[in-house]
Write a protein that binds this ligand. Sequence first.
Ligand SMILES: Cc1ncc(COP(=O)(O)O)c(C=O)c1O
Length: 449
Amino acid sequence: MWVIGTVLSRFYAFGRNGPTLSRRSMSSHLKLKGESIVKDLSLCRHEFPSLARTGPGGRPLIYLDGPGGSQVPASVITAISRYYLLHNSNTHGLFVTSRETDHVVSQARQHAATLLGAATADAISFGQNMTTLNFLLSQAVAEQLAPGDEIVVTDLDHDSNVAPWLRLERRGIVVRRVPLLSNGKLDLDAFRSLIGAKTRLVAVGWASNALGTVNPLWEIRQWADQVGAWLLVDAVHWAPHGVIDVEQLRPDFLLCSAYKFFGPHIGILYTRPGLLQNLDTLKVRPQSEAPPERIETGTLNHAALEGVSAAIQFIASLADNPGDSLRDRIRQAMSHIYHYEHDLAARLYRGLSAIPGVKLYGPPVGAEDRAPTISFTVAGQSAPDVARRLGDRGILSWDGDFYAVNVVDTLGLRAQGGLVRLGLAPYNTRDEVDRTIGAITDIAAQAAD
Ligand SMILES: Cc1ncc(COP(=O)(O)O)c(C=O)c1O
């Protein structure tokens, strides 16, 4: 209980006084790494009340579980509470709290559009989570397809971007699967050859939540363009780690989830303007025919939407110049996040590579575009055993397949419980990385005994 008391007292301290760090002090922390400048973001950890709690043995927890959902800053928690304290209502009523709720929804759309680089807020729909939105979308897309039409999915993707499309096989749609190579990358020759005259949709992830691989989306966009196919991008794993610009990439659909980028549990769908209004979505009759509401079944989680706006503001707050536009601040903050997390990821990758018995999966960190997500196995131990031992030391990791089922099957790791996954976030530190490397060194040595 005292742990919860500590966390709550910090939260309320934040609620009253705001974050204790000034932006000036944060932006003054620059350090040199090789030739590039990496902004030290770790000071933002003071804005995350949950980081104050301790775990086994009274030690601070090391949160490397971000790919399953990041921690949440006080500003987001406060925004969600404030909604219930002040604005709680349903939408479209002719009274003050309902009008305020309409504003909360439209602000969240505007924030999400800015995060993704969309020209209009009407391109943004919300839903329970990415998976539910993708199922709704796949059912609507199916109404446009005929038996024999083809959809391309990949063996690197989270199942939320595979299962909804496989389900269409029962309507006679042919689903083609791009194979995964043992180096953790998609077989791009096979990918190219699977896209043909009958392809109607290509469903691919931006970054792998299991291996950190980043896919060559601009090339894939061109391949889809050549046959007039739609491109659907699962950006759930990329959104916390790098810039997204839908105007540049031109996906037809792009999905992400706010709980991966410091927000609450809510799914976000970008649809290319002009597309959603022609899709036959599952909806109740009084629901708006117009996008973006056309695919939003039932009442949205308004408090969470207030949290979405606050989470995007939090990201923007990591930029240097508060006077810049929100989009510019997001771009800069995302660039800081990318470099800061990669500095940590490279350190972690190097440290783990040197441990006898540890095998790393996915593209090496540093050589190419990558998400700061590192998966490994330890010889002689199952993935759950390693994750449990890390958990006993207060280090939070994930084990298994993380719903990227075909990844673990392709790598032949099913019998040993899949992979152990560590994900880096701006609130992680070099010290945490070093302690994690030390703990895994001990765990691997135990296996060798
Ligand atoms: C890459 C990727 N796609 C999709 C999802 C599913 O997201 P949601 O939980 O919002 O349905 C996840 C969740 O972990 C993910 O990592």
